[in-house]
Design a protein. Structure first.
Length: 482
């Protein structure tokens, strides 16, 4: 076994900084949307696309980004995609009208999707054993911190630069951070010769499955675009787009199997799902969990700002206990996952459900002027549970994946999370608005009940996987992979 890279923890620091930026741009922009409307005179539909367009292209490019990292090397793809993210952030900040801002956000999401799989791929390459769990724990903590600080940073930036132009600095903040990360990445990210590792010395054309990339992209687009369009109020032919999704999905599966049968290199090796222990169940668990998790912050923000008339900064501070608990527990869970395994995930999901259930009851029983303080402890409890789910599930899902396809495996895992996020956000927002006529507390309580329903499905998957692993099945790797 080769000696671990002495710069691995420094490389992880750079990787986490980039991951922090890409995730921060999801939550921080939500706070700035009224400022965008005031500054550019943007329509409500355009404003929604500023958020949804980023999520759309982010989800579309994850698997392709992971595959490119496997082929070209994590360092090369990290530097390219980080540069693209910084440039598109600057373009978004400088956009003179809503059309160019939406275009910049679409490109920014594309860059984020190419960048994100390099984070998990680098962890797979650089860390082994218990260290890998700790590294993924820090990645999970980064997700929690970005979630916590997004609304707060957005509120502070808007307060500092004003409602008219404050939204521009929400994007500009990525530029100095990205430039510093680029400089440090040049020094600390290890160089790897990928030739021969995956593809047998063939050229780039022989190692990139372009047809598979197009087919998978269309299939993912068919899932995400109807959700994005419905959120923005469009009444286009969503049924036709949705109906084509399974068709392209089946064609993609057929094509990938054909590529393997002919001795080629597929975009997404489907043996990941059939021969790698724990990968399929881990991907499904993560996707379902994000269905319930991602929309919580949206409906909490709607409840606090519309129902209790909190400012964006007050709203962000109110939900901070959840993110703080998640951040701390994610780092701790990274050290525990090698010993506790799936039992840690089951315990985390149980804590989330208990915390959310208490919040759902408290908002119905206590006076509105004390709700913010009354829900702090149950939100902290739910956050601690969340920290015991995301990073341990990532570690357990990817632990048997060969390094040669770690990027695309991580990209597929995160694509499932993006799809879960889109579905969950749409479902929970719909439930909240549909029940708001009965009062905002009742709407929040009902919506949190829906989120708990998703968590129940996730815990069923986790219990199944716990029992399967407990049955003594030996982890295996895809045939023909190193």
């Amino acid at each position: 076994m080769s000696e671990p890279d002495p710069r691995r923890w420094k490389a992880l620091t750079v990787s986490l900084a980039a991951g922090f930026m890409s995730l921060l741009d999801v939550s921080i922009v939500n706070v700035a949307l009224p400022s965008v409307q005031n500054g550019l005179g943007a329509s409500a539909g355009s404003v929604q696309w500023i958020v949804s367009g980023y999520a759309l292209t982010f989800g579309l490019s994850l698997v392709a980004g992971g595959r490119l990292g496997d082929v070209l090397g994590r360092r090369v793809m990290f530097l390219i995609s980080l540069t693209a993210f910084v440039v598109t952030s600057a373009l978004a900040g400088a956009a003179p009208n809503e059309t160019l801002l939406i275009g910049a956000r679409l490109l920014q999401g594309l860059a984020a999707g190419l960048l994100t799989p390099q984070n998990s791929g680098l962890i797979q390459d650089l860390f082994r054993g218990a260290e890998r769990g700790r590294a993924f724990g820090l990645l999970g903590a980064t997700i929690g911190i970005s979630t916590a600080t997004g609304p707060i940073l957005g509120g502070l930036i808007l307060a500092a630069f004003g409602d008219e132009t404050g939204w521009r600095w929400v994007f500009y903040v990525n530029v100095p951070v990205g430039v510093l990360a680029f400089v440090l990445a040049l020094r600390w990210l290890p160089k790897r010769d990928r030739d021969g590792l995956d593809g047998g010395g063939r050229g780039l054309r022989g190692r990139i499955d372009y047809v598979g990339a197009v087919l998978l992209g269309v299939a993912v687009l068919g899932v995400l675009l109807p959700i994005v369009e419905s959120e923005s109020g469009s009444t286009g032919p969503l049924w036709l787009i949705a109906a084509l999704t399974p068709v392209f999905g089946l064609v993609f599966v057929w094509w990938e199997r054909r590529v393997v049968a002919r001795g080629g290199t597929p975009l997404l090796d489907l043996r990941l799902f059939t021969e790698v222990s724990g990968y399929s169940s881990g991907l499904l668990l993560g996707s379902v969990y994000f269905c319930g998790f991602a929309g919580i912050f949206l409906v909490m923000s709607l409840f606090l700002q519309k129902g209790l008339h909190y400012t964006p900064l007050q709203s962000g501070l109110t939900v901070t206990p959840f993110a703080v608990g998640s951040s701390i527990m994610a780092a701790v869970a990274g050290r525990l996952v090698s010993r506790l395994g799936r039992a840690l995930t089951v315990a985390g999901l149980s804590l989330i459900m208990i915390g959310l259930a208490v919040v759902a009851v408290v908002v119905l029983l206590v006076p509105q002027d004390v709700i913010g303080g009354a829900i702090a402890i149950p939100l902290l409890l739910a956050g601690i549970g969340g920290g015991a789910v995301i990073s341990p599930n990532t570690t357990l899902t990817l632990e048997c994946v060969p390094n040669s396809i770690a990027g695309v495996a991580g990209g597929a895992l995160q694509t499932g999370q993006r799809i879960g996020t889109a579905i969950g956000t749409a479902v929970l927002a719909t439930v909240f608005y549909a029940t708001a006529a009965g009062g905002f507390p009742a709407a929040l309580s009902t919506t949190l009940g829906c989120a708990i329903g998703f968590m129940l499905v996730a815990i069923a998957i986790a219990v199944y996987e716990l029992r399967r692993v407990g049955a003594g099945r030996t982890p295996v790797r895809p045939a023909g992979r190193d």
